[in-house]
Ligand binder design. Sequence first.
Ligand SMILES: [Zn+2]
Length: 138
Amino acid sequence: MKSRYHIAVGAIISALMYLYNYSYTWIFLFFVSTIFIDLDHLIDFYLETGRLTLNVTELSETLASRRYSLIPLHSIEVVVFIMLISYFYLPLFAVSAGFIIHIYFDSRYNNNTTNNWLLLSFKIKNWKTDWNGCNNPD
Ligand SMILES: [Zn+2]
């Protein structure tokens, strides 16, 4: 899903939260987390190319061209971890909710990120790929 749609969805849900009297802290954290979860793409791009960019087209094309990518914020493990530590600071629950909304729309509209919902799955797939490559006698 493109960034502008993430912003629109985050804004709409944040407006609904405002109507239902959520605190400004919760609304801010939710809105920001629906957008800035994509910062992990910068790290993934850096690991792939060895340089940094803020060019969204370049980031998208690089992500789409790769079979696997490492985008840890787009994983269920991280969301569950944030939910667990929200026990100590409750507004972090808004961050996990923002991540869930973002991941949901990514999985619905982006084919290339659905493979990476689980960090564990990423590791296993890469391990299988490496294993198959090593066993090829040709
Ligand atoms: Zn995303």
